[in-house]
Design a protein around this ligand. Structure first.
Ligand SMILES: Cc1cc2nc3c(=O)[nH]c(=O)nc-3n(C[C@H](O)[C@H](O)[C@H](O)COP(=O)(O)OP(=O)(O)OC[C@H]3O[C@@H](n4cnc5c(N)ncnc54)[C@H](O)[C@@H]3O)c2cc1C
Ligand code: SF4
Ligand code: SF4
Length: 455
C-alpha cells in the first residue's frame, strides 16, 4: 500500500466513487466523484490532534462497532493517504450546530468546512474492478443466535479483538463483560453526580443523608420542599449504588476468554445461502486460534467443521502445528444450535460426525467463520460499469478468460470475482493488470498505425 502511495505512475483517489463510465475498450471516459473530506489532504499531517479534541463520539465501523471513533477520524491507522476525514453525518458544525474545535486545534490549518465534492473526468484504456466482498450476515441463521448471545461473534469481530490497535488493545475481553463494564462506568458517573448533590444537603443541614432519610421516611419534613429534593436525590443514589456494587463484584471475576469455539462454513457450503466453499475461512480460524494461544498460553480452541480445507503450500503443516502447539482440537461435526449458558457462556450443541453422537459443550466465546458474500455495492457498481453479475452476485467472468467481465476492457480480480485469500487476490491483481496492459497497448498500436497511414 505504501508503494502504491509513492509510485510515480499511480494516482490514488481514495474516498472517491465512480459515477459513470462511457466509451469503449481502449478509450473509456470515467466520471469520478471525489467526496469532500472537509480536510485538505495536502495540508493534513495525520497528527490526530483534532481527533483527540473532537467531542462527537460515534460507533467505529472499522472496528465492527466494537469501539468508538470521533466525527473527525482516519479510517484506520496505516491508511494511505494518512489524512483525516470529517463525517458529515455526525459533525456538529456540518449539522448546523456550533463547534469547530478541530479547526481551532489543527496547527496545519487543514480543516475546511467549505470543501465540496469534486467531479473528475478520467480517460483510461482499461478498468479493473477490485471492489472486494462483504462478510455474510449470520443473523439469518436463527439457530446460531448471533444477535441474541453477546459472546457469539463473527471472525471479523474476533480479528478486531485480537488486534493490538483494536478496541480492547488486543485483550480477548468478552463482549458481555465489556457491556457490563460499560454499564459500571455509566452507573459510576450517575452515583458520582448524585453523591455530589446529597453532600451539598449534608453540609447545609450538618446531618448524614442516612439519618435524615430515616427521619423523612418516618414522616418528618413532609412540607419541606428542599428536604423533599434531598430525599429524592438520596433515594436515587441508593437505587443506583446497589446495582453498581453488584456489577462491580461480578466484574471482579471477569478474565480474558480462554475457551474458544470456532464454527466453520457459516453460510458457505450451505444450499440455503452459498453452496460453495469460501476458501479462506478454515485457514483464518486456525490463524486466529494460534494468535489467541500466543496471547494466553492457557487458551484452548475447538474448530467445528465438516472438514478442514487446508489447500495451499504449507497449509496442512500449519494446521497440524496448530493442533500440536496451540491447543487446537479439530472436531468433525455439524452444529445443531448455540444457546445461552451460565455466566453468559454460549453452549454449542453439535453432532460429532465421527462418533455419531450428539454432544453439548460450554465455551467462553464462539466465533463464526462467515462466508464470503458479494460486496453490498456490487449491484450498483455493475450497473454503472454495465457489466453483469453471476447468480450469486459476484462479477461475472468469461469461462475462457477468467478475469474478463462481460464488457470488453473491464476486468475483475480478488474477492469481487469470488472467494479467495490474499495471495490469490494479489496474483489475480497482477494478472488483471497484465490483461489491462494488453488492451491499452493494442489501442496505442492501432492509434499509431492510423497516424502512420494518414501521414
Ligand atoms: C475474518 C477474516 C480473516 C481473514 N484472514 C486472512 C488471512 O489471514 N490471510 C489471507 O490471505 N486472507 C484472509 N482473509 C481473506 C481476505 O480478507 C481476502 O482474501 C482479501 O481481503 C481480498 O482482497 P480484495 O482486495 O479482493 O478485497 P477487499 O479486501 O474487500 O478490498 C476491496 C476494497 O475495495 C473497496 N471498494 C468496494 N467498493 C468500492 C467502490 N465502488 N469504489 C471504490 N472502492 C470500493 C473496499 O472498501 C475495500 O477497501 C480473511 C477474511 C476474513 C473475513
Ligand atoms: S467541528 Fe465536527 S469534527 Fe470538528 S471537533 Fe466539532 S464535531 Fe468534531
Ligand atoms: S474454507 Fe473451510 S470454513 Fe470456509 S467454506 Fe471452505 S470448508 Fe467452510
Amino acid at each position: 500500500m505504501l508503494d502504491v502511495g509513492r509510485h510515480p505512475n499511480i494516482e490514488l483517489m481514495a474516498y472517491s466513487e465512480v459515477e459513470k463510465v462511457e466509451g469503449t475498450a481502449g478509450d473509456f471516459k470515467v466520471t469520478v466523484r471525489r467526496k469532500a473530506r472537509y480536510v485538505e489532504e495536502d495540508k493534513c499531517t495525520g497528527c490526530a490532534a483534532c481527533t483527540e479534541k473532537c467531542p462527537t463520539i460515534v460507533s467505529d465501523a472499522f472496528n465492527q462497532g466494537l469501539g468508538t471513533r470521533r466525527a473527525i477520524y482516519s479510517w484506520f491507522a496505516q491508511g494511505i493517504p494518512s489524512t483525516h476525514t470529517i463525517d458529515p453525518d455526525y459533525c456538529r458544525q456540518l449539522l448546523g450546530k456550533k463547534c469547530g474545535i478541530c479547526q481551532k486545534t489543527c496547527q496545519a490549518d487543514a480543516i475546511n468546512f467549505e470543501q465540496k465534492d469534486r467531479i473528475i473526468e478520467l480517460h483510461v484504456g482499461a478498468i479493473i474492478v477490485a471492489a472486494g466482498y462483504d462478510v455474510f450476515d449470520p443473523s439469518v441463521i436463527p439457530e446460531y443466535n448471533y444477535t441474541n448471545i453477546a459472546n457469539v461473534i463473527t471472525a471479523l469481530e474476533f480479528e478486531r479483538l485480537l488486534s493490538a490497535s483494536g478496541p480492547t488493545g488486543g485483550h480477548l475481553d468478552r463482549p458481555s463483560d465489556r457491556a457490563i463494564e460499560a454499564e459500571i462506568e455509566d452507573l459510576a458517573k450517575k452515583v458520582k453526580k448524585l453523591q455530589k448533590a446529597v453532600e451539598k444537603f449534608e453540609k447545609k443541614y450538618d446531618e448524614t443523608s442516612s439519618e435524615f432519610y430515616q427521619a423523612y421516611q418516618d414522616g418528618n419534613y413532609k412540607d419541606d420542599e428542599e428536604r423533599g429534593q434531598w430525599a429524592e436525590k438520596y433515594a436515587g443514589y441508593l437505587a443506583v449504588r446497589e446495582p453498581l456494587e453488584t456489577l462491580k463484584k461480578k466484574a471482579e471475576g471477569f478474565s480474558a476468554a480462554k475457551k474458544l469455539a470456532f464454527i466453520q462454513c457459516v453460510g458457505s457450503r450451505d444450499f440455503r445461502f452459498y453452496p460453495f466453499c469460501s476458501g479462506y475461512c478454515c485457514m483464518h480460524s486456525i490463524k486466529e486460534a494460534i494468535i489467541a494461544h500466543e496471547h494466553g498460553a492457557e487458551t484452548t480452541s475447538t474448530i467445528f467443521g465438516m472438514d478442514i480445507r487446508a489447500v495451499g503450500k504449507g497449509f496442512e503443516e500449519y494446521k497440524i502445528r496448530g493442533g500440536n502447539h496451540s491447543n487446537i482440537t479439530y472436531c468433525r461435526s455439524r452444529i445443531a444450535e448455540i444457546t445461552h449458558g451460565p455466566d453468559n457462556n454460549p453452549v454449542v450443541t453439535y453432532e460429532d460426525t465421527q462418533e455419531q453422537r450428539v454432544k453439548s459443550e460450554e465455551f467462553d466465546l464462539v466465533i463464526l467463520a462467515t462466508a464470503c458474500a458479494p460486496g453490498k455495492g456490487a449491484k450498483q457498481l455493475s450497473e454503472i460499469l454495465a457489466i453483469e453479475l453471476n447468480a450469486f452476485g459476484f462479477f461475472k467472468t468469461s469461462k475462457s478468460q477468467p478475469l474478463d467481465t462481460t464488457r470488453e476492457g473491464i476486468f475483475v480480480c480478488g474477492c469481487a470475482h469470488g472467494p479467495m485469500d490474499i495471495p490469490e487476490s494479489v496474483s489475480q491483481g497482477s494478472s488483471a493488470a497484465a490483461r489491462a496492459v494488453q488492451v491499452v497497448v493494442a489501442n496505442r498500436d492501432s492509434e499509431e498505425e492510423k497516424i502512420r497511414q494518414a501521414s
